[in-house]
Design a protein around this ligand. Structure first.
Ligand SMILES: [Fe+2]
Length: 309
């Protein structure tokens, strides 16, 4: 397809370029930078300008360093290739444009190889606050600055390795029904772990400190929730507890009422290792039911995983 035939606009759920890629079954795409409209650029500018002061107040220092190190442009939707020029030398990570939903195993396996599946559409400028889908502001302004930190990057890679181990683990279960039940439970446990850390995690400013900073990307990309999560008396904040986290359902359509605190990225790395050990011991085989629902495509992606062994 030539760009001349594609209407301008990269608004989430209203981008013809993306619809076409999805129709063609393409997960990985190029970032069609010429298609961002003036409105799209303006949306980025407004999102960035209003959240910047809140980052300075609530974000953990590694994130703030990351924003500087990536030279994120306040005025223009970032070009992934520019971001990657700064990012790759720091941690080996790169942002990789995708057309939308990525099946669970494929997503985690990308992390293992230090690629981050990145949404390239941007939310509708008339609704800056809430959107159920990820967009480039969530992915690039919320996630990618964290990937500049070596320790945080290692956590993501380790998490990708857990997915690979999990795919191997379930392949050894002979009974098909049992295999599917265990797999669904393991993916649920992994999704909950990811949610309460990478997406919505809080961290102590310094070891032993009572002051909390935000490192979860769902919080870092939300103008309202980044403040609410730290200051609201209505939010429960507990030290990270693995057994609780993997059995705790979550809902995506409102501010999170319950969050978990880690001491450091080294602490978080240790918890990912524990998650892996628990998976191997069968402790993730029967976690509590409830959200998130695991899609057929997610199960399939694990069952068909090529773990190269
Ligand atoms: Fe995210």
């Amino acid at each position: 397809m030539t760009t001349a035939t594609v209407p301008v606009g990269m608004t989430t759920t209203k981008a013809p370029f993306i619809e076409q890629a999805q129709k063609n079954g393409e997960i990985y795409i190029r970032q069609p930078y010429e298609l961002y409209s003036d409105d799209n650029q303006d949306t980025w500018r407004r999102l960035y300008a209003r959240i910047k002061p809140r980052w300075e107040k609530y974000a953990n220092r590694k994130f703030l360093e990351g924003v500087n190190n990536l030279a994120l442009d306040p005025n223009n939707v970032p070009k992934l290739e520019d971001i990657n020029k700064f990012l790759q030398p720091l941690s080996g990570f790169k942002a990789k444009a995708v057309s939308g939903y990525v099946p669970a195993y494929v997503f985690f396996d990308c992390l293992r190889t230090r690629a981050f599946p990145t949404t390239v559409t941007i939310r509708d400028g008339s609704k800056l606050d809430y959107l159920p889908e990820p967009d480039i502001f969530h992915d690039v302004a919320g996630h990618v600055p964290m990937h500049t930190d070596r320790h945080f990057a290692d956590v993501l890679v380790r998490f990708g390795e857990v997915a690979r181990e999990a795919a191997d683990h379930v392949k050894n279960i002979a009974d098909e029904h049992e295999r599917l039940l265990h797999l669904e439970s393991i993916i649920k446990a992994m999704a909950r772990f990811f949610w309460f850390t990478i997406e919505f995690g809080l961290m102590r400013d310094k070891p032993g400190s009572k002051e909390l900073k935000v490192y979860g990307s769902g919080l870092l990309s939300s103008y309202g929730e980044i403040e609410h999560c730290v200051t609201s008396p209505g939010v429960q904040r507990f030290p990270f507890q693995l057994e609780w986290v993997i059995n705790q359902y979550f809902e995506i359509d409102h501010y999170q009422p319950l969050l978990f605190i880690v001491d450091s990225f080294e602490h978080l790395f240790g918890e990912v290792e524990r998650l892996e050990a628990w998976m191997k011991e069968g402790k993730l085989d029967n976690v509590s039911p409830g959200e998130p629902e695991i899609q057929e495509a997610d199960l399939k992606s694990f069952l068909e995983a090529d773990t190269g062994r």
